[in-house]
Design a protein around this ligand. Sequence first.
Ligand code: BEZ
Length: 251
Amino acid sequence: MDFWSSALYDERHRFVSNLGEGVMHLLSPKEGERILDVGCGTGDLANEIAKMGANITGVDRSANMIQEAQNKYPNLHFQIMDVYDMEFHNEFDAVFSNATLHWVTQPELALEKLYQSLHSDGRLVAEFGGKDNVLYIRQAIQDSYHQLFPTYDQLEEPWYFPSIGEYASLMEEVGFKVSYARYFARPTPLDGEEGLKNWIIMFAAGLLAHLNKTETNQLVNHVEHKLKPLLYKDQQWLADYCRIQVIGYKK
Ligand code: BEZ
């Protein structure tokens, strides 16, 4: 099931691509390099990479996202593909991934696929949610859900938020030489009075798919009420993002 709305993503969550600029500097694409963008979404960062002269392939498991990426950037190459199904072999100078690997709950398998895609000396450059990412928001969703719907099944989060120690070790296990790993808090502004609501509706869509519209609204209101004293400042919601950035080389 494709829970991703490319229109909502571009209209209300453009910050995801905007904030990817930091990891783009780490990637530092060169003219003529072949680069794979894993979890390319609607293609904005793939387009930035292409503008620097690299030859980009963007993959994403969401058909909605790929369709929009292809509409926006018809000259670039995009494919609907899950990271677990990737069968690229020694093809890329770099694999790039922004705000995706926290959706990948079998990280060893994914890292094997990323490693296999690179040729020797190729690099993996990635940023995604790290340990305790959006912890206040996640706890508030869980607590509100238990209070409002005590008889419903537990919520199983679809995310993976490792520490840099854990992730760097997994990278080494599949063969990467890890040259860089950084963990940092990055409070992230969510646009407007409805910023938190929009975030929950977009990013927790799969988690809450079994709730009807009324129940979802009840839950969102409850979460907003809980979090307002913590995450709403100067008319602005700030999501408690924590990121990790990693660079590893195939040797
Ligand atoms: C994130 O980008 O940190 C994120 C996105 C969706 C769900 C949870 C976290």
